[in-house]
Design a protein around this ligand. Structure first.
Ligand code: FES
Length: 92
């Protein structure tokens, strides 16, 4: 299992996202279900530069692999991760 490529989850800690709730995602890693714990790497990051682009929706934003998730909550991020793992777990 250790050679499985991890899916990178970047929680935006830029001002807009932080104020609008990305701080609530700090517990994401502890809340991951057992099947995701070894598959996911959770990190914080600076502004993802999508908060001023309405095409991306509303903050807070999380980047999962190459995908931007808006209105991010722990539940929504876990849902997207489960879909990605079910689809093969690609980080590309
Ligand atoms: S502050 Fe999060 S995308 Fe800019």
């Amino acid at each position: 299992m250790s050679d499985v490529k991890k899916i990178k989850v970047e929680i935006c800690l830029g001002t807009t996202c932080y104020v609008l709730g990305s701080f609530r995602l700090s517990s994401l890693e502890e809340q991951l279900p057992p099947n995701l714990k070894d598959r996911v790497e959770v990190v914080g990051c600076a502004c993802l530069e999508v908060c001023h682009d309405r095409n991306y929706g509303n903050a807070p934003f999380v980047r999962i692999g190459e995908r931007i998730v808006d209105n991010a909550t722990v539940e929504k991020v876990i849902e997207v991760l489960q879909e990605m793992v079910a689809a093969g777990g690609s980080n590309e």
